[in-house]
Design a protein around this ligand. Sequence first.
Ligand SMILES: O=C(O)CCC(=O)C(=O)O
Ligand SMILES: [Fe+2]
Length: 275
Amino acid sequence: MHQSPLAEHVGVEITGVQMSSLEDEALDALKQAVYQNGVAVLRDQELSPEQHIAFAKRWGGIDVNPFFPTNSGWPEIAEVRKAETQRVNIGGGWHTDHSYDEIPAMGSILVARELPPSGGDTLFSSAGAAYDSLSDGLKQTLDTLRAVHSADHIYQPGGFYSKTDQAEELTGQELSTRAVHPVVIRHPVTGRKLLYVNPGFTLHFEGWSREESLPLLAYLYEVASREEFQCRVQWQPGSVAIWDNRATWHLALNDYHGHRRVMHRITLTGDPIAA
Ligand SMILES: O=C(O)CCC(=O)C(=O)O
Ligand SMILES: [Fe+2]
């Protein structure tokens, strides 16, 4: 297994392994690579949907995302797709998946199935590097705070996607989600301190109004989305990304209108998170 960094703070590219026939030792090394680097991109994979599911089960548990359309044959696989005719994509703003859950999903295994001729890259940013860059004073303040997260304003009727051309495809509009998490968490495996708020799902600091929370949240979002803390995943046929939701944020670029993009996603079960 060969590893090379994608950027200074986040992301590693892995070549020389096939996920469909990985030894136990290589799987352990791959897990460490994901936890340490936030996201691992594996190239030239030949992975059928059945092998995708089998690999996810070897990694740990599978969470079924209630909002994305599932691929008809495989209920464990969500399709993240945008048709030639659609304008809005899934995940087009900075977010970490499932922060609105009590135990947020560990991450996802995203397999490129149909790619546009160009564009459609995914950006990741390092929640650890963003935290490390803050002053000691701000770190101390953030260490004492908790924040409220929800996806209701995204997926419920009247929410973000309801006003877009993705509305028809999404499910679970009747669900309500809410969770409170520390603003700074420790990675369950590496122990690294991570900034755990995100523009997609964080509503406000616990005990603060939204109006009071927004200026500080906006500042943290500006820091965490700085280019210096990012890497860019350029998809190719056979590319697979495995990311860690605790350690990273991500954003799917929407710069390929008129072309189809289909990704197969399996969401991996997480561990309880804590300060
Ligand atoms: O399509 C992508 O590159 C990522 C979309 C996304 O946000 C997700 O699958 O969680
Ligand atoms: Fe996402």
